[in-house]
Design a protein around this ligand. Structure first.
Ligand code: ADP
Ligand code: MG
Length: 672
């Protein structure tokens, strides 16, 4: 493909092409100069060869040589007149011949005498003649004149011819000049075009120069950039080397790791195999564990049944500071058949019959009352020891057996201490309720490992004078004795619920502690209006336990009830009945009625009677699901160590003994 030529180059090419014209003899004007030559010069410039053959040159030769007739120059002065007329004849033809020859040959003849003008004098009449005819020789003069005239005429003729020729040539030259003029205009046009092209070229050149500058600038920038990039490249190369070294290191490590990995993979494979075996074993163990758990529950229940579904524990509180020390032997704790190592189960109360002694004047005889219970706790027994004995029973609640624990006894015998604990938050003095709940939470967590999930919902109410009040009431209801009703949870439902009472889900000890604290506050508020009301009311803490084994589709639910009963003391029948005492009597009657109803319910259950008088008191009605056939019951009979309370202590012990004789039918776990 031919590269595009710039207009400037084109112009130069054109100029080069025409250069021979400039070198021609006629000389074309230099570029930029204007034509100032004549047509002949133009002709010379255009047709140098033609010029040489043209007559114009010849004319010039003729004009310049303009020879005189040789006869005039060579004729001797002594020549006669007779020969004189011949001279023109000789010169004439010679002259015309010479001209003719010149015209004919069209080239300068070297033999033409005109080339040596100084050699012959011009044959003019007025000129100085070398020889002068004598004045008398008129004829001769005439002859000369004629000859000269003739010669002149010939010359005139020749000149006319010559003139004619010249005119022709002039015409031709004019034509040529016109042609040249046209050509000149064409060339001028061409020149103008070329100049325009040149200007355009210049402009383009300028543009190109600007572009070149721009490009140079760009080049500079690019070079700077290149330098920067080179620097960067150097940096990157450094980095690359570093990375390559690191890569090598990593590759080495990778190889080592791969080796280790392949080793580990083999190990993993063997471990997986082992894990599979272990998993299979685990499943098997899980199955076994579940079986064992169910077996444990069964055996546990059997054990509890063997211990009795109704158990009675007797607890004697210690003598408090400031209280009279009882006489020795007032309360005795005889050892069991296994000796002192056996936990005590018996209690002897010695009561002196002061009336008989006074009457006979002899020392008052003492009557010994022996009682036997499932367990007897002497005054020094700690809360932990007591709880240890009931922990297994609490466990039964988790297994789905309703459990009910009562604290029975006269006011001040230690019921509240047993159930809730001593004052001051001493952990050692913690009662059964916080201990039982802590135990439940921890066992539930353990059972969680076997797939069991448990939830606990607590409620705490008091029953005073056959009215139920929520001890967990908060806000505006706090301290108000807004009455609550015991209702079935739903139509046909066995479950009982207390209206207006809070049922609080609990999952940790702290929550339980907060609830007990709230109950204490609520009791304290009530105490301001009715003195020692807490002693005259039953406090019922209930925990609804729900367990589920999702994997096996097992569910169990049972209530755990911890009841701090109202003081069991009776009113002294000998006391005069004032208005306050009347109120107290009504309270006492209500308490006695509910306590005796409790006894009756237990009896009825024990005797498997068709009618169990649950409805005879709010307490038994509320607790009906925690008593009965499938329930496990424990009664603490709390005894005061004081001799002055012996009568009430004996009453309590007798009531407890009756309960202890009861056996409630085989308990069934509430399984679904
Ligand atoms: P109740 O609730 O039966 O009326 P309390 O539980 O209030 O009796 O006990 C009366 C007093 O005896 C309280 O001051 C209590 O701290 C104290 N008390 C009861 N039992 C014990 C015990 N086992 N150890 C120490 N103090 C006790
Ligand atoms: Mg109390």
């Amino acid at each position: 493909m031919e590269p595009q030529r710039s207009p400037l180059l084109e112009v130069r090419g054109n100029i080069e092409l025409k250069r021979p014209l400039v070198k021609a003899p006629s000389r074309l004007p230099l570029p930029g100069t204007r034509f100032k030559r004549g047509p002949d010069q133009m002709e010379d410039a255009l047709e140098p060869e033609k010029k040489r053959t043209r007559g114009l040159n010849t004319v010039t030769k003729i004009a310049t040589s303009h020879p005189r007739p040789p006869a005039l120059t060579v004729r001797p002065q002594t020549q006669s007149q007779t020969t004189a007329p011949k001279v023109p004849k000789k010169t004439g033809p010679h002259c015309s011949t010479a001209i003719g020859t010149v015209l004919k040959n069209q080239k300068p003849g070297p033999a033409v005498p005109a080339q040596k003008p100084g050699a012959a004098a011009p044959p003019t009449l007025g000129g100085k003649k070398p020889t002068k005819r004598p004045a008398w020789d008129l004829k001769g003069q005439l002859c000369d004149l004629n000859a000269e005239l003739k010669c002149c005429r010939e010359r005139t003729q020749t000149l006319n011819q010559e003139n004619q020729q010249l005119q022709d040539q002039l015409k031709e030259a004019q034509q040529q000049a016109r042609a040249l003029g046209a050509e000149c205009r064409t060339l001028e046009g061409e020149l103008a075009r070329v100049q325009a092209q040149a200007e355009q070229g210049q402009q383009e050149l300028g543009n190109l120069r600007a572009r070149v500058l721009e490009l140079e600038e760009q080049l500079g920038t690019q070079q700077g950039l290149v330098q920067e990039l080179q620097k960067e490249q150097v940096g990157l190369q450094e980095e690359r080397r570093g990375l390559a070294a690191r890569l090598e290191e990593q590759e080495r490590r990778l190889q080592a790791s791969e080796v280790a990995l392949s080793g580990s993979q083999a190990e993993v494979a063997s471990l997986r195999q082992e894990a599979d075996t272990q998993a299979a074993l685990l499943v098997e163990q899980g199955e076994r564990l579940h079986g064992l758990e169910m077996e444990r529950r069964r055996l546990h229940n059997q054990l509890q049944e063997l211990k009795g579904n109704i158990r009675v524990f007797c607890r004697v509180r210690p003598v408090l500071p400031g209280e009279p020390t009882p006489s020795p032997g007032f309360l005795l704790f005889p050892s069991g058949p296994g000796g002192s190592s056996d936990p005590p189960t018996r209690l002897s109360v010695s009561r002196s019959d002061e009336r008989r002694g006074t009457l006979s004047g002899t020392p008052a005889p003492t009557t010994r009352h022996d009682f036997s219970f499932d367990r007897v706790f002497p005054p020094g027994s700690g809360q932990d020891q007591v709880f240890e004995e009931i922990a297994m029973l609490v466990q039964s609640a988790l297994d789905g057996y309703p459990v009910c624990i009562f604290a029975y006894g006269q006011t001040g015998s230690g019921k509240t201490f047993t159930m809730e604990g001593g004052p001051g938050g001493d952990p050692q003095a913690e009662g059964l309720i916080p201990r039982a709940l802590r135990h439940l939470f921890s066992v539930a967590q353990e059972l969680g490992g076997q797939g069991w999930t448990y939830s606990f919902v607590a409620s705490y109410v008091e029953i005073y004078n056959e009215t139920v009040r929520d001890l967990l009431a908060t806000g505006t209801r706090k301290g108000q004795s807004s009455e609550c009703e015991i209702r079935r949870a739903g139509p046909g439902s066995e479950e009982l619920t207390v209206t207006n009472a809070r049922y609080v889900p609990v999952s940790c000890e702290k929550e339980v502690e907060a609830l007990l604290q709230l109950a204490r506050q609520n009791r304290a508020v009530a105490r301001t209006s009715q003195n020692e009301r807490s002693s005259r009311s039953h406090s019922v803490f209930q925990l609804q336990i729900s367990g589920e084994h999702a994997g096996r589709g097992l569910q169990c639910a049972a209530p755990l009830s911890l009841v701090d009963l109202a003081g069991s003391e009776r009113l002294d029948p000998g006391l005069a009945l004032g208005p306050g005492e009347r109120e107290r009597l009504r309270e006492t009657q209500a308490i006695n009625s509910s306590l005796s109803t409790l006894g009756l319910v237990i009896m009825a259950l024990s005797n498997k009677e068709s009618h169990v008088p649950y409805r005879n008191s709010k307490l038994t009605y509320l607790l009906q699901n925690s008593l009965g056939g499938s329930a496990k019951m424990l009664m603490f009979v709390n005894i005061s160590p004081l001799e002055e309370n012996v009568s009430e202590s004996l009453n309590s012990l007798r009531f407890a003994s009756k309960v202890n004789q009861c056996v409630i039918g085989t308990a069934q776990a509430n399984r679904k």
